[in-house]
Design a protein around this ligand. Sequence first.
Ligand code: T4K
Length: 391
Amino acid sequence: MKTINSPADLAINGAPPAFSELLHVGRPNLGNRKEFLNRVNQVLDNRWLTNNGPMVREFEQRISDYLGVKHCVAMCNGTIALEIAIRALGLSGEVIVPSWTFIATAHALYWQDITPVFADIDPQTHNLDPDAIRRMITPRTTGIIGVHLWGRAAPVEELQAIADQHGLKLMFDAAHAFGSSYKGQSIGRFGACEVLSFHATKAFNTMEGGAVVTNDDELAEAMRLMRNFGFAGYDDVVHPGTNGKMVEVCAAMGLANLDGIDEVFTTNRRNHAAYKSGLDGIRGVRVLDYDPAERNSHHYVVVEIDGHSHATRDQIISALHAENVLARKYFWPGCHNMKPYRNLFPNAGLMLQQTHAVAERVIVLPTGTAIGADEIATICSVIRLLAATPA
Ligand code: T4K
């Protein structure tokens, strides 16, 4: 790996890239391969590939135990899990969500003819601002979807108080929050239900996959029916439904990965600390912190570049890409600025000042078991050189 001491060492200025292979944000963490392949063999031996097979049932039990929540309803991905949860809760009309989230949060509503109403965020935490939610409530509002962005818990109690006061349903998009806690309690048990994603790019993955977790027996039962076309038994459809089932091989991947999840979290924590110290003291560069009193997978290394940096956020991203570091601008430009929603609600941005500001500052950097201290030191030296050197 090259050392970076001056602008001439940068790939944007003609030097060879720091990395011969691409470094990705969201490179999958792979658990014990032998354990996974053993389980795949069991799946094949069983000739039971999907439709609530033994791997999925074991996976659901392990996730429920891990999170300390009564029900885990495993699904084919987090987006379908969101859609099914939204429908099972009976949401309709308008539902308040952040714009500062992955597009699936908004799509899961709009796909079902429900209007996502975008509320602003707290720029310190990147999570929904309770006061902003209050401003967006109308007679058509039926619910709130809080997102635990970057695995940092949303202000759960404040959101629940608003929901209770206005007779709204509250659920959480916990796609980032497997392994996180709120006031010491595992994410998974808050609101009416919480939705997890186990996509390949998540700290904990089942290749594709997701789940709704809840302590509500009736809700869990409805979602189990809904994910399997509403079948209660052979030839007996008792509920409208879709196909949201997790397949056995994905559950096998999840079970193999779950065994090694603590090591993944430890690696992420170490990487996060390395980025923090590598970027320490640079004017205009801030690494988003995680609350040391709470659990978090540290899966997202989020850096904000503000006007005090000599290089802009976009210049830093371009320089990192030239070094083969595929840093991301998640979730720029905000859902409300993505074409479907921008066309539908052209003035939504007026109420989203903080979302705009944060969207212009953020860079998400690679972490996980695919990278280590040397790569992080090099990435930090690129950012340091650009942010701290006058043009
Ligand atoms: N809610 C929230 C808050 C979410 O963040 C998400 C998903 C959802 C709901 C929906 O859950 P799912 O339906 O996805 O289960 C990625 C993921 O596809 C998406 O799951 C995730 N959030 C989002 C934050 O990131 P993209 O479009 O950025 O993915 P892509 O294809 O650019 O991949 C990211 C990087 O990872 C690339 O540099 C390539 C690398 N990669 C990717 C895959 C799939 C690999 O190295 N290996 C791989 O297998 O959305």
